[in-house]
Every structure is written in structure tokens, then in C-alpha cells.
Design a protein around this ligand. Structure first.
Ligand code: PMP
Length: 357
């Protein structure tokens, strides 16, 4: 078996140790004589595992009292609608820093007025706006942001302070670094980049925020349902949650989020340095102070050269370095599970390709 260097944007690389662990446990989950996909979500064996998942997440993120952790389906895209359904009553403000916040804003507009608190759209989402440029209108129910912009490769280094509740889509940098959960009223993350297989979204919701949620929503649209029924109102995606459990333990064994961040910074520097020493052969899409630790986006001189670059990379087992179709160019996603060795292999390849062209 030969594993490639996987730079896919999501679904994406998972820790090899976890993949092996899941494989080894697949036929007999926790001495039940059944696979995790064969047991009831109402069983003690399942409940213990879900409880443990929440407990480890709370430890890793230092989630304070007064927050609930929930598991939902429908991906990040369902959250684009659901946060609006629950919280948008008068107007919602959006920090529009990429395709995904743009989509969230459009989906939530079904429930009320939406507007941009700040935006980098006119500059092709190449930077993170400064807090001094924000305009928050009176009567704003919340400000919504995306911590890491998967397609354009920008990331908030610090989080803004606003006088209204703050909602954050952390899908593409969830658990890649420590964050101060108390700064947020609602955090959600589709897990399919850093934490598990596509199919579950983790929500971290402040009790005060939940109190503000719209009543009388259809059950599956309401965050209350997920909190009140401990995410088992209906059948949760048991395999995904189990897999997330194993990844959370893996992160803990790596030394937690501070250690993970340190490693991610080192990895990102390896790839960004290859861009910066190329004297313009590679140009980064993001401005330097907004660069993402997760998604490195860059261009070569023209589309043909980029095509050649992607093909030559694939011949050396460097997979997934084509940019998102909406932006073009190239993108290397270097989530938690992507090793330093993989980043070094990419940087070496970038140097070599540049010299040959
Ligand atoms: N938010 C972010 C930051 C994303 O990167 C993505 C998808 N890559 C989404 C939301 C949408 O997620 P999904 O495909 O699960 O609906």
C-alpha cells in the first residue's frame, strides 16, 4: 500500500494512526461484538462514546460552563440556513471574507435583513478586514464570521470584539489552534477538514444565545431540539461522531491545541517560504498578514503552467494541489493530519519545478 501526500481541501487527510485504529476496531466496537455502525444510538455503548466525545472536546477547547456541544447533519451549508432560522429576527451583520460567508449571508436572508459589517470581496477576498473598518448597525441580532476562508486561503489571526453576539463558522480551521470560546455565542464546524469524515457538524452554543433562538421552528431546524435531546432527537451520524472521538483523542495525545498550532505554523512556513523565495514565480493569493495556516493559495504565471504544475506534482504523489474552481490557481491544504514531511516534499517540488521552468 502506498499512501500519497494528500493536500485535498476537504474531505481531506486524516491521521494515519486514527485510520488504522478505526480499521482495527471496525468489526468489534468496544467489546460489543458489533461494529459501531451496527449498534443502536440509544444503547449505553453509543451514549458513553458520545459523552466522551463531548468531554474531550470540552477539555481540548477549554469550553467554559454555560455552553452545549451538539452534533448535526446537513453540513456547513445547512448551518448557513439554520443560524438565520434561529437567530435572525431583525438584521444580521456579516464579515464577508469569502465564498462561504457570502453563501451564509444569502441563505440567512430568507429570515430577515442581512448586510456586510466589512468585506474584502472587491479585492478577491485576499485579506481579512481590520476591525476599525467595521460598521455594525443598530438592531443587529449577531455578527457572523468565517474563521478560515478555505478557498481564498485567508484566516483571522485574532477574533473581533463586537457588542452583539458573535457567530463563527470554524469549519476549515477547527481544532487547528487554541481559541477563546467565551468570545463566541455560537461556533459551528463541519468536521470534514480537520476532524473526521463528512457527515457531522459540531455546534458549540452558549446557553444565553439559545434563549434568544426563535421558537416554533420545525424540529430539525431548531438548535433547541439538538440541545434538549442531546443530539439524539433522531439518529445521529454515529460513525462520524465515533471517528471524531478518535481524532479528538489523537489531538490530545499530540499535546493538545497549542502543540498542534505550533506544528501547523512550522508546516505553513515551509510552504509559504517556497512561495516567497521564488522571486515571483509563485505568487500568494492572500496578503501576508492574512495568510491561512490551513490553505495555502498561490498562482503561477498562467493557467497552462498551473496545469503542468498540478500534473507534475501528481507524478510525485503530491495530490490535491489544484485550486478551487471558483478561484483557479493552486491550493495546498495542510490540515492537522498533513505531516511536516509532506509539506517539505511539496516545498522541494515547488523549488524543483521553478528551476525547470
Ligand atoms: N464553511 C467552510 C469554511 C467551508 O470550507 C465549507 C466547505 N468546504 C463549508 C462551510 C460548506 O460545507 P459543506 O460542504 O459541508 O456544506
Amino acid at each position: 500500500m502506498e499512501r500519497v501526500y494528500n493536500f485535498n481541501a476537504g474531505p481531506s487527510a486524516m491521521p494515519l494512526d486514527v485510520l488504522k485504529e478505526v480499521q482495527a476496531e471496525f468489526l468489534d466496537f468496544n467489546h460489543t461484538g458489533m461494529s459501531i455502525v451496527e449498534i443502536s444510538h440509544r444503547s449505553a455503548a453509543y451514549q458513553d462514546m458520545q459523552d466522551d466525545t463531548i468531554a474531550v472536546l470540552k477539555r481540548l477547547m477549554h469550553i467554559p460552563e454555560g455552553y452545549h456541544v451538539i452534533f448535526m447533519q446537513g453540513g456547513g451549508s445547512m448551518q448557513f440556513l439554520m443560524h438565520g432560522a434561529n437567530f435572525l429576527k431583525t438584521r444580521g451583520g456579516y464579515l464577508n471574507t469569502g465564498v462561504w460567508s457570502d453563501k451564509a449571508m444569502k441563505a440567512a436572508s430568507y429570515y430577515g435583513e442581512v448586510y456586510e459589517v466589512a468585506s474584502s470581496k472587491e479585492d478577491h477576498f485576499s485579506y481579512i478586514p481590520d476591525e476599525s473598518t467595521f460598521t455594525v448597525k443598530d438592531g443587529t441580532d449577531y455578527v457572523y464570521m468565517t474563521s478560515n476562508n478555505t478557498i481564498h486561503g485567508t484566516e483571522w489571526k485574532t477574533f473581533p470584539h463586537v457588542d452583539v453576539p458573535l457567530i463563527c463558522d470554524m469549519s476549515s480551521d477547527f481544532l487547528s489552534r487554541p481559541v477563546d470560546v467565551s468570545q463566541f455565542d455560537y461556533i459551528y464546524a463541519g468536521v470534514q477538514k480537520n476532524v473526521g469524515p463528512a457527515g457531522v457538524v459540531v455546534g458549540i452554543i452558549k446557553d444565553d444565545m439559545l434563549q434568544k433562538a426563535r421558537e416554533n421552528l420545525p424540529a430539525m431546524l431548531s438548535y433547541r431540539t439538538f440541545v434538549e435531546h442531546d443530539s439524539t432527537y433522531n439518529t445521529p451520524p454515529v460513525f462520524c461522531i465515533y471517528f471524531v472521538n478518535r481524532v479528538l483523542h489523537w489531538i490530545e495525545n499530540q499535546g493538545g491545541l497549542q502543540a498542534i498550532q505550533k506544528r501547523n505554523e512550522k508546516k505553513a512556513a515551509i510552504v509559504y517560504d517556497a512561495i516567497d523565495r521564488s522571486q515571483g514565480f509563485y505568487t500568494g493569493h492572500a496578503t501576508k498578514d492574512s495568510r491561512s495556516l490551513m490553505n495555502v493559495t498561490f498562482n503561477l504565471g498562467n493557467a497552462d503552467l498551473e496545469k503542468e504544475f498540478v500534473a507534475a506534482g501528481a507524478r510525485q504523489n503530491l495530490i490535491g494541489i489544484k485550486g478551487h474552481r471558483s478561484l483557479g490557481g493552486c491550493r495546498a491544504s495542510i490540515y492537522n493530519a498533513v505531516t511536516e514531511e509532506a509539506c517539505q516534499a511539496l516545498a522541494d517540488f515547488m523549488d524543483e519545478f521553478r528551476k525547470q521552468h
